[in-house]
Design a protein around this ligand. Structure first.
Ligand code: HEM
Length: 465
């Protein structure tokens, strides 16, 4: 039967374009295949039932894991019984090259989190909004002379923008020197798979972990030496700097009143940069991808920006008046959460989560990639629909169905800064340009330490005005 054009359009509107996502295996993969698949792409290895079940139990050699999708269960693990679920029991082994591994180890975490939260407090982060705006304007100046048909990888552009912002947040005046050092340090971490076959191999997992720690140490040695040198220079100059490094240098231990050691400051800074730069760049990359595939939503975003800003630059005070812009960001973080998997938690005692026994020593995993596409939690989970985050619809959903920044005592420290920064960047760029995905460019979300587009994101610029 022939379909009328209007029917086809209505159909397309209802279902939208097919968005990039790996097809899940129909049944659980045998263990070796599972590890190999997860090594290539951590979000491709979950079988179809994982997106339908509330709790999925798996035994991988000695590793007994539970993926929890039930919002009540997530609440139990992340909040109500959070002390029973310890981060860092697995990471030092599995992801020892990750910059977060050191920070999240539980014994030192509480002190470190307190210091970091105070150094990244609300006032300081909002002082950074002007700097976010300046960095975005500088990028737009670079784009100005580019020809419309020039193809470039928006994921590299956004990574560069995010790196510039994080360098400014941390090192302000020393930013120009810090950029190449940071790029060097992060290149290795970003290319690292979430899991490796050797992580699970009996006898070999320990030497392998030591080898990875050594690699991580080498990858970060230039950065730690750089931080050391900046601290030395600042101490000699005896000047105060209003950036993260400056604030960490002024921090005092609440009990001893001692200042933080250089090593402590290095750890904190490596953590913030590792946690923030890649995620901000990737969040923006996926937003541009989604907008390029959804002309109606893109037009609505432009209409909001044009109406509220009327051609002037976006400031922090405008953000509250841009609800659709925020909804676009939230929906993008749902479909493509840069941190696709929360850190694995080890159960230190027996527990029961939504009627399922979690034995002491088991590992509990919460996977935003899966949770945000769960068929019982989301209507049309694979479709891009910013309307889900309108004030009316948003309240109907469980708080624990949507976790791009995690939840509970380990929730992301940078979340409010990130939402502000991304809103400003999106508003600034989208006022001037549309970004168009290169025809036939393959897009594949690949779960490494974060969710990257495997082949980059080749796009062209189209001037709006
Ligand atoms: C789009 C950007 C970002 C996303 C999606 C994101 C996501 C997350 C998530 C999901 C967690 C919790 C992990 C878990 O529970 O296992 C986390 C933790 C963390 N994030 Fe972010 N993050 C982003 C940007 C940032 C930025 C810009 C900073 C710093 C300024 C930052 C600092 C941290 C820190 C220090 C932690 C560890 C907190 C702890 O364990 O106590 N993040 N982030």
């Amino acid at each position: 039967m022939l379909q009328r054009t209007s029917d086809i359009q209505a159909e397309t509107r209802r279902h939208g374009p097919v968005l990039a996502a790996p097809l899940p295996p129909a049944a659980p993969l045998p263990i070796l295949k599972y590890i190999c698949a997860a090594r290539r792409n951590a979000v491709a290895a979950f079988h179809a039932d994982v997106y339908r079940e509330w709790i999925v139990e798996t035994k991988l050699w000695k590793l007994h894991t539970f993926i929890v999708n039930d919002p009540a269960g997530i609440r139990r693990v992340l909040i109500d019984n959070a002390d029973n679920y310890i981060k860092g029991t697995i990471e030092p082994r599995i992801a020892s090259a990750s910059s977060r591994a050191d920070f999240i180890a539980n014994n030192k975490w509480r002190d470190r989190r307190r210091t970091m939260s105070s150094a990244l407090n609300h006032r300081c982060m909002f002082g950074n909004a002007a700097m976010v705006f300046d960095s975005t304007q500088a990028l737009l100046e670079e784009w100005k002379p580019l020809a419309a048909h020039l193809v470039f990888d928006i994921s590299s552009e956004m990574a560069r923008l995010a790196l510039g912002i994080m360098s400014q947040v941390v090192f302000s005046s020393d930013r120009a020197e810090s950029m190449p050092v940071l790029e060097h340090a992060l290149a290795r971490v970003h290319a690292e798979p979430l899991v490796n076959l050797l992580d699970f191999a009996p006898l070999l997992s320990r030497p392998w972990a030591a080898y990875k720690r050594n690699c991580a140490h080498r990858a970060f040695s230039r950065l730690t030496a750089f931080i050391h040198e900046v601290i030395r220079k600042r101490s000699v100059a005896n000047a105060d700097y209003d950036d993260l490094l400056g604030r960490l240098m002024q921090e005092r231990n609440a009990e001893t009143a001692h200042s933080l050691s250089t090593e402590e400051i290095q750890t904190q800074i490596v953590t913030v940069i590792g946690a923030g730069q890649q995620s901000i760049g990737l969040a923006l990359t996926w937003i541009w991808y989604l907008l390029s595939q959804h002309s109606v939503e893109e037009a609505r975003l432009h209409a909001e920006l044009d109406e509220v800003l009327a051609g002037r630059v976006a400031g922090i005070e405008d953000i509250a008046r841009l609800p659709y812009t925020r909804a676009v960001i939230e929906e993008s973080l749902r479909l493509y959460p840069p941190l696709h998997t929360l850190a694995w938690r080890g159960a230190i005692d027996d527990d029961e989560v939504c009627g399922v026994k979690i034995p002491k020593g088991a590992t509990v995993t919460i996977v935003p990639w899966v949770l945000h596409r769960h068929t019982k939690l989301w209507d049309r989970p694979a479709e891009f629909d910013p309307g889900r985050f309108s004030p009316e619809q948003g309240t109907a959903r469980s708080r624990y169905a949507y976790l791009p920044f995690g939840a509970g005592p380990r929730v992301c420290i940078g979340a409010s800064f990130v939402m502000t920064a991304i809103s400003l960047i999106l508003a600034t760029i989208a006022q001037r340009y549309r970004l168009r995905l290169l025809a036939d460019h393959p897009v594949e979300p690949q779960g490494l330490t974060a969710l990257k587009p495997r082949y980059g994101m080749k796009m062209t610029l189209e001037k709006r005005r």
